[in-house]
Design a protein around this ligand. Structure first.
Ligand SMILES: *Cc1c(COP(=O)(O)O)cnc(C)c1O
Length: 388
């Protein structure tokens, strides 16, 4: 049976469509004024100094790693419970990946285990150059503590906030980079706002910003002050680094600007849905997500429940019942080290007890702004019915 209710879905309004059509009717489909305007709006919204729009969240992670100098012989550490892009960015740069197990309450990278692993890595001279922390489901990691470790052990921090646009940490917008070097967002259609495909890297560091701008577009600069050889009339641009074509189009940026206007409303709807779920699913065999407390206001990209204390067989049974009744449940995520491509790196599952347990227990239920009360009741009744 096809899914009747997907786990996530975009909201496209008539205003969004008009904004896109306006660009299509204009003379500039790409490299015009709309992308810089979108960058300005996002950096203003999250409270960062600079923003670099790109064609995906994955590209944003790649240029972020590259701009921090990640390369051969370096280590990047991240959480195993994430989308593969959070760790693939290390491999693109020729660096090695390692994982830090998750915290069993927040499901984000454990600060305690990070601290222990850093201590050991220091003794073995294998400290990471970059740590990518992922705000899973939209809930911020413990950034203040992580930054304290970064100061002590001298690594850079990238926040993978692909789930977290619109969320807050310590009452401030995720993306203000107060505790990190760079934060990245994705605008894939299932994320909190969409540009079709698209992403953005934000930072407060001018050098990183300028480097990422160049990396986004072939390693080319048009700014005479950045040119390595003298500029003259015959050379309006110079390639000063090896970059990529990761540019966002003005068509996409127009959609993004139009969507951004409704972002806070989208997040409020997501919170209303999570509140109903958490109230209706409060049972012995379920562990429900944290999405709102004193220091955390989740972007709530995903709503994940855990079937605590049930066998894998029962988790699978509930998952399949939901699927067979038209609920597009999912597993976010299979631990990255379990992916076939990663088998050659020889990670041992015994090193990731919390991630392994999470993987056995997690089920992603549908959450998106237009999910109706009836939809929610339909999902809740199936889950509760299973435990009757
Ligand atoms: C979606 C996502 C990405 C990648 O974003 P794309 O825009 O799809 O390239 C990276 N990390 C996480 C955690 C994501 O959910």
């Amino acid at each position: 049976m096809d899914s009747i209710i997907p786990y996530g879905q975009q909201e496209v309004s008539d205003d969004d469509i008009d904004a896109v059509v306006n660009v299509l009717r204009s003379s500039c489909l790409t490299q015009g004024l709309v992308v810089p305007k979108f960058e300005h709006k996002v950096s203003e919204y999250v409270g960062s100094k600079y923003a670099v729009a790109v064609n995906s969240g994955t590209s944003a992670l790649h240029i972020a790693c590259h701009s921090l100098g990640l390369g051969k012989g370096d280590y990047l550490w991240t959480t195993p419970i994430t989308f593969v892009a959070s760790s693939n960015c290390a491999l693109y740069c020729g660096a090695k990946v390692d994982f830090v197990d998750i915290d069993s309450n927040s499901w984000n990278m454990s600060v305690e285990l990070l601290s222990e692993k850093l201590k050991k890595a220091k003794d073995n001279n294998m400290l990471p150059k970059v740590v990518v922390v992922v705000h899973l489901c939209g809930l911020s990691c413990e950034m203040e503590q992580i930054q304290n470790l970064a100061k002590k052990y001298k690594f850079y921090i990238i926040e993978d906030a692909c789930h977290a646009l619109g969320g807050k940490y310590q009452n401030q917008m995720i993306g203000n980079c107060r505790y990190s070097d760079i934060t990245v967002f994705s605008f894939h259609p299932v994320k909190n706002i969409t540009t079709g495909e698209g992403g953005m890297a934000v930072t407060n560091n001018r050098e990183l910003f300028k480097h990422m701008c160049i990396l986004r577009s072939h390693g080319i600069t048009r700014d005479p002050s950045e040119m390595i050889q003298g500029s003259d009339y015959s050379r309006t641009y110079q390639q000063i680094d090896i970059g990529f074509n990761y540019r966002m189009t003005d068509i996409q940026a127009a959609l993004g600007i139009s969507q951004l206007v409704r972002l806070d409303g989208f997040i409020q709807k997501r919170h209303q849905i999570a509140k109903i779920y958490n109230k209706s699913l409060d049972r012995l065999f379920l562990k429900l997500p944290i999405y709102n407390n004193i220091s955390h206001y989740s972007g709530l990209h995903l709503y994940v429940i855990r079937t605590k204390g049930l066998s894998v067989g029962h988790n699978k049974e509930l998952f399949n019942i939901l699927r067979s009744q038209g609920v597009g449940v999912n597993k976010h995520y299979i631990p990255v080290y379990r992916q076939p491509y990663y088998s050659k790196f020889g990670f041992k599952i015994d090193n990731f007890n919390n991630a392994e347990l999470y993987y056995k227990e997690a089920i992603t239920l549908p959450i998106f702004p237009s999910l109706t009360k009836n939809n929610i009741k339909y999902v809740v009744d199936i889950v509760n019915g299973y435990f009757q």
